[in-house]
Ligand binder design. Structure first.
Ligand code: A2P
Length: 304
């Protein structure tokens, strides 16, 4: 296990740990303990968002985890996300001034002076979308965010930034797993030097968000396909979760698994002692279904 294998380069100065701990759907009650336990388990990358409504509790977990493990702020990579508004939901798009205020509020709630990466959570800014990006550049120059990026952006949304001749995002965080491989978008991002970060890598697991109230858009056909990964994982002596996460990092994507179970937290970090062979990588490449499962791409507000 080499330390280099566990990071990807975002910019000359900034490395992103290949495995981050996701915090979506972690309650305010669970978050302090869960984030602290993730840091105990060895996570050095925490992914959060104002839209998850748990920033204060995540911040408490960060503080506990750092102090218990005798770590300093610079040992941890923290990602925050701006909720950009969404006119389609009657939620006015944030103006540039509001973007700056939102970031300051996030930092205050997390109890941090800066985030390592700040993302626009979705392309919901409508007429303000490019101005929101200008405000992100301002946040970076004020060092409230070391790096900036976007999430759930399509090629058209990224092209808007390019057409405005603005510096491009360092990252686009998108849903990526064997059923949603997005080769065209990834090709465009690679040309533009935009690093992919994968969310919802574990969608194909039968246990993924199986708790009541955590509905997913999985079809019966998808559910029946989950066993393919279990069978393939057996060959490497790992779990299907490790195989899916390894697939992401082997393709060069940082991954953001979330688990409240300490054994699974550790398991999800342990991805560097095996390698998926080229034949299995090729077989997985054939499994792309195109569609996202965790994020409804059918939402018309993404298109405008
Ligand atoms: P649990 O918290 O019980 O471990 P996402 O990161 O996309 O939100 O997915 C998280 C879901 O995947 C949760 O339901 C979580 O359940 C489950 N999960 C996380 N890690 C594993 C694992 N190693 N094995 C099985 N299920 C897992």
């Amino acid at each position: 296990m080499t330390p280099k294998a566990q990071h990807f380069t975002l910019t000359q100065e900034i490395q992103i740990p290949a495995v981050g701990f996701g915090t979506y759907l972690i309650s305010n009650e669970d978050a302090p303990q869960a984030i602290g336990a993730a840091i105990d388990a060895g996570y050095r990358h925490i992914d959060t968002a104002s839209g998850y409504h748990n920033e204060e509790a995540v911040g408490a977990g960060i503080r506990d985890g750092l102090s218990r493990n005798d770590l300093s702020r610079t040992d941890l990579f923290v990602t925050g996300k701006l909720w950009p508004g969404n006119p389609a939901w009657g939620d006015a798009p944030k103006t540039a001034k509001q973007v700056v205020a939102e970031c300051e509020t996030t930092l205050q709630k997390l109890g941090l002076d800066y985030v390592d990466l700040y993302l626009i959570h979705a392309p919901y800014g409508g007429p303000e979308r490019v101005n929101q990006w200008r405000a992100m550049l301002d946040l970076k120059s004020r060092e409230l965010a070391r790096a900036i990026g976007v999430s759930n952006y399509t090629e058209a949304h990224l092209d808007e930034i390019k057409s405005a001749r603005l510096e491009m995002p360092a990252v686009n965080q998108i849903e990526l797993h064997p059923w949603s491989q997005k080769p065209e978008l990834l090709g465009y991002m690679s040309e533009q030097g935009i690093a992919p970060v994968a969310y919802s890598s574990l969608v194909p697991l039968a246990s993924w968000r199986s708790a009541p109230g955590q509905d997913s858009a999985k079809t019966e056909e998808m559910r029946a396909d989950s066993t393919t990964f279990e069978t393939m994982a057996e060959k490497y002596g790992v779990t299907a979760a490790q195989l899916l996460l390894r697939w992401g990092v082997q393709n060069g994507y940082a991954v953001l698994p979330k688990s409240l179970n300490p054994d699974r937290m550790r398991q999800n970090l342990d991805l560097f002692s095996f390698k998926i062979d080229p034949g299995d990588m090729a077989q997985i490449q054939e499994m792309d279904r195109g569609e996202s499962v965790a994020w409804a791409t059918g939402d018309p507000s993404i298109a405008d």
